[in-house]
Design a protein around this ligand. Structure first.
Ligand code: TYM
Length: 327
């Protein structure tokens, strides 16, 4: 608690040696990339350890996905609670999303979606996918019309992964907000629980940020409340599990503070590391800089050129390892 009685639900305070990891920027001073162990401590999440993996395999009776086994998903919040529910025969739902800032997604974006599909397949649970066209309008130099179009294009990339059509709901904020007042009601409820001071602390907003940005986190938080989707859940309060890369965690730190105050359980999370930029591990592969990423619409020739560039970078970053491999 701070001196004025407000709950402190996150912070962006970092020293010079720390990596910057937030929804808009991922950079590391080190060539080896983000120090994920340090990040777990800073964000207050839990490491995915062998005990959790063994428990997951015991509960499901199946080996875990290689993204989990190989540590690409490395951090979590409350996944034991989700496994408890499964053991008790109770259900949960999955929530993930995409901010449509480019005509196609890149291979880094696929990581949470591939993993989400695997979870949906093994647990046979509903999945909601939020396309935050409004977020990208507010943050990028794009018009409302453009982000609306990009959301539709990106939804095609997501659909191509083969989610269960009976159990998957993909929606864009601009469209769904006009169709379902329960979604907007929950956004309002969340907005009433969070002060400007708190979003400043969590997201680093300043006095000259537009008010749309300040209000937006509630829009990404609202799908964690199952009543935002009356057509799927009616009025039931169903727990939620979110697979995403760890850059999205600030949104859900905020949500985890608010949800119990509105009578919901805290959303659980599974965090992945970042597929690095082709230029090196000190930034993530990003749609904002096309040279850093391999896009799903790249031609074989474009991919070949980019992979050759990646190979050169790997040789300069890991010369010893490559020498051993070649020996
Ligand atoms: P966006 O569009 O930036 O990213 C979509 C998803 O991909 C993850 N991601 C990556 N994963 C691995 N390597 C990378 N290089 C990489 N770059 C991005 C992101 O963490 C995300 O999971 N605000 C969100 C959209 C959103 C959302 C959500 C995401 C709305 N609701 C719920 C996750 C969960 C965004 O702009 O994501």
């Amino acid at each position: 608690m701070s001196s004025n009685g407000e709950i402190e639900i996150g912070d962006l305070k970092i020293d010079n040696e720390d990596d910057v990891v937030n929804p808009w920027s991922v950079t590391s001073a080190s060539q080896e990339g983000v120090d994920y162990d340090k990040l777990i401590k800073r964000f207050g999440s839990s490491k995915i350890d062998s005990e959790l993996i063994q428990r997951w395999e015991k509960v499901t009776g199946k080996p875990v996905h290689h993204l989990l086994r190989r540590g690409l998903f490395f951090s979590h919040r409350d996944v034991h609670t989700i496994l408890n529910l499964v053991e008790q025969g109770k259900s949960f739902y999955l929530y993930t999303g995409r901010g449509p800032s480019s005509g196609s997604m890149h291979i880094g974006h696929l990581i949470p979606f591939i993993f989400t599909k695997w979870i949906q397949d093994i647990f046979n649970v509903p999945l909601v996918i939020q396309m935050t066209d409004d977020e990208k309008f507010l943050w990028k130099d794009l018009t409302v019309e453009e982000t609306t179009r990009l959301a539709l294009e990106n939804a095609k990339d997501i659909i191509a992964l083969g989610f269960d059509v009976e159990k998957t709901f993909i929606f864009s904020d601009y469209t769904y907000m006009g169709q379902n007042s329960e979604f907007y009601r929950n956004i309002s409820r969340i907005q009433k629980c969070v002060t400007f001071n708190q979003v400043k602390g969590i997201f680093g907003f300043g006095d000259s940020d537009v008010i749309g940005k300040i209000a937006f986190p509630a829009i990404q938080a609202a799908p964690c409340l199952s009543t935002s989707f009356p057509d799927i859940f009616g009025t039931a309060k169903v727990p939620c599990l979110i697979p995403c890369a760890i850059d999205q965690d600030p949104y859900f730190r905020m949500t985890r503070d608010v949800a119990p105050r509105l009578g919901f359980s805290k959303p659980a999370l599974l965090h992945s590391t970042f597929i690095p930029a082709l230029q090196g591990a000190n930034t993530k592969m990003s749609a904002s800089d096309t040279h850093t990423a391999i896009f799903l619409t790249d031609t074989p020739k474009q991919i070949k050129n980019k992979v050759e560039c990646l190979d050169k970078n790997l040789q300069s970053f890991f010369p010893v390892r490559r020498l051993k491999q070649n020996a």
